[in-house]
Design a protein around this ligand. Structure first.
Ligand code: ADP
Ligand code: MG
Length: 395
């Protein structure tokens, strides 16, 4: 396994990544970081949420040196993304000396001018930066690296000429990095004209259709739980994760499974880290076969491979689906991802289809026994296993 330390990054950066809980580089980071560190021109392509910001941001911060003025320019198609990138860079760079200035339209020039004077790194949208450049407000001659983040979107939004103008203000031998989910079309022109022997770093979604089979059932909301229970009993499941979007659904599903005699553990975001870890270690040891989880809580935790992922509902965030199903069919083992779709989940689910080109197969709803789904059951603290005991009344 590759670690961030293997890249030879500054201790200060490693510490910051550790603080952020980045325990290992993502696939795009593993490929791009060494190339960016080495000063190569890089085309970095990977899906949304795969960690592109750190893939270019961390090695660039490693190469920034205090005392040399403005050295890194990052262009972003939108103001929101610019702010987000700058925020991330500040987190990565919190233990080094590195000022990040953010520049975008629709606000006063003056504060941006001041910020740019102190900055080592500038994150900007093209239009406003060009205004500053034409007014002679900023000097890009010390730039050693320029990044076009969401480069394809920049083209789509008609910024390509602005970008080319801006590039003409930077030294010819500066590094150029293009990052995005897809890079095609007019981006080729940038590649041809401004890049020197670009290296490609690419990470595709790790969904192997042969190994990971994806299904969904259309089901009425009040019958979801019965279907889940039926499938848990019918499918030859080994270790199973059941994902729910909210903490309260995690708890309800867990309680109802317990009522039906299905032993399970839970993790969600409001649990203390050590109770989460305890639940996971029981699950990983195989003592309990079912883990009911919110995906947010499961992220970044080391959970053993599972045979089945059930999506009890669909998150509004399409990335979430990918994170969830990524829990099964790892390391060449086969797995199933089964989504239970109620009418209110359809919109979110079709977003997954569109964004990721994923096409799960619909299974006809089968006959299953209806069991009650108790929503009123007050829960006990922490564990989902033990029967509820009444609190001793206080006097
Ligand atoms: P992208 O630009 O590819 O869409 P981002 O750079 O915005 O992705 O990262 C998505 C999320 O993943 C962010 O919340 C980020 O903090 C987190 N992240 C990035 N790299 C790692 C890592 N190595 N380990 C854990 N989380 C990471
Ligand atoms: Mg990004």
């Amino acid at each position: 396994m590759v670690t961030f330390a293997d890249f030879g990054l500054k201790q200060e950066l490693l510490r910051a990544l550790d603080d952020l809980g980045f325990s290992e580089p993502t696939a795009i980071q593993e490929q791009a970081v060494p190339l960016v560190l080495a000063g190569e021109d890089v085309i970095g392509m990977s899906y949304t949420g795969s960690g592109k910001t750190a893939a270019f941001g961390v090695p660039l911060l490693h190469n920034v040196e205090d005392g040399y003025g403005l050295q890194v320019l990052i262009l972003s198609p939108t103001r929101e993304l610019a702010v987000q990138i700058a925020g991330e860079l500040e987190k990565f760079g919190k233990y080094i000396v590195c000022n990040v200035a953010t520049v975008y339209g629709g606000v006063a020039y003056e504060p941006q001018l001041r910020a740019m004077k102190e900055a080592h790194v500038l994150v900007a949208t093209p239009g406003r930066l060009l205004d500053h450049l034409r007014q002679g407000n900023v000097d890009l001659s010390g730039i050693f690296s320029t990044v076009l983040d969401e480069a394809d979107k920049m083209v789509e939004m008609g910024f390509i000429e602005d970008v080319e103008d801006i590039l003409s203000y930077t030294p010819e031998d500066r590094q150029l990095l293009l990052f995005g989910a897809t890079l095609a079309g007019e981006i080729e022109r940038i590649k041809e004209q401004y890049m020197f022997e670009p290296k490609v770093a690419k990470a595709t979604l790790h969904v192997d259709d042969d190994l990971l089979r994806q299904y969904y059932y259309n089901v009425r909301p009040h019958e979801k739980f019965s279907l889940l229970l039926h499938l848990l009993r019918k499918e030859r499941t080994d270790q199973v994760m059941v994902f729910c979007s909210t903490r309260s659904t995690v708890e309800l599903v867990s309680d109802n499974l317990s009522l039906q005699g299905v032993e399970n553990v839970i993790i969600h975001g409001k649990m203390a880290q050590n109770s989460r870890l305890r639940a996971i270690s029981r699950f990983n040891r195989g003592e309990v076969k079912v883990l009911v989880a919110s995906a947010v809580a499961a992220r970044g935790l080391d959970i053993k491979d599972v045979s089945h992922v059930f999506n009890y509902d669909v998150s509004q965030d399409p990335q979430e689906y990918v994170h969830r199903i990524g829990r099964t069919a790892r390391a060449g083992e086969s797995g199933k991802a089964i989504t239970l779709l109620a009418p209110q989940d359809h919109d979110a689910f079709s977003l997954v289809f569109r964004n990721y080109g994923i096409s799960p197969e619909e299974l006809p709803c089968e006959r299953f026994r209806r069991v009650p789904f108790r929503t009123g059951a007050a829960r006990k603290n922490g564990s989902a296993r033990r029967p509820r005991r009444r609190p001793t009344p206080r006097r």
